[in-house]
Ligand binder design. Sequence first.
Ligand code: SF4
Length: 343
Amino acid sequence: MIQTAFLGDVVLTTPLLEVLARRHGAVDVVTTPAAAPLVETLPAVRRVVPYDKHGNDRGLPGLFALARRLRAERYDVAYLPHRSLRTAALAWLARIPARVGYRDGWPLLYTEARARPRAAHEIDRLLALAAAEPRGERPSLCVTAEDRATTEAFLREHGIVAGGGGGGGEPFVALAPGSIWGTKRWPHYRELSQRLAARAGLVVVGGPEDAGLGDEIVRAVGGGGGRGRWSAVNGCGRLTLRQSAEVIRRAVALVTNDSAPLHFAQAVGTPTVAIFGPTVPAFGFGPRGPRDRVIECSGLACRPCSPHGPETCPLGHHLCMTSLTVDQVLRAIEETGALHRRD
Ligand code: SF4
């Protein structure tokens, strides 16, 4: 499998990996160094081959060097969910005899080109690459005992949980306010956090690039909503991807934009409130759980305005996000039942 797309795409590919592992045995995965920790612990994966396509392995020299390494492995078949020329060329240069991709990718470089269903969840579209019947699969993530222990220590150190581990104890909500694309970021997380902190602890998850957003939330909460009982902590850039997934697993709910943490929550089964702005769930990246909720602005003619969401709103008003209120999000969290007493 060669899958060097974004983190969320890699997570959504895990059901396909499981199908392929059942069919062929554990799979070798070529992916980015950033995404490697998300797949290297999966039972369906034999080995991860990092491809730093924008760094050490960039350009044609990197592509040819990796192709030589793959050729030496004498693989029988390559599955190519990422429809890039680079991916298609890599499998072709590696002389892998069977190369399965999508018809709307680079079919001349594949030996088998499959149709990519248009109106389907991305997980189901990916399963179509293996002609597998979709059954409402959720993505998979495997955290290690060490990931769990480090996360537990982090949550205790910052007063989010007092102990007990394993998901019991104090309720806290995970927040993922970041996104690579500017217009996908809902701008009201601070106000949401101030109101939520009266009811639950808060943990902000994200990468180092989201640390500023996390700091703003922690400052807004001001070190605890009620005599310091409920705390907010910023885990952006301080927790690894798998530790962030463990935070999300232990949270009673995740509030997120249309970004990778949404798919993490799907993998670990945490109820999700997903805020969609310039993109729509019909693109195939929405949550699928029975307790999940989507917040979006209906009736805005400019939505959706691009496949990923532009960096800035081309119309200047960004109403697809700014018009979504804190009350709407709080109501959706209520609907998940997350803040009610757990059994
Ligand atoms: S054009 Fe519309 S959908 Fe796109 S960012 Fe602006 S408000 Fe949102």
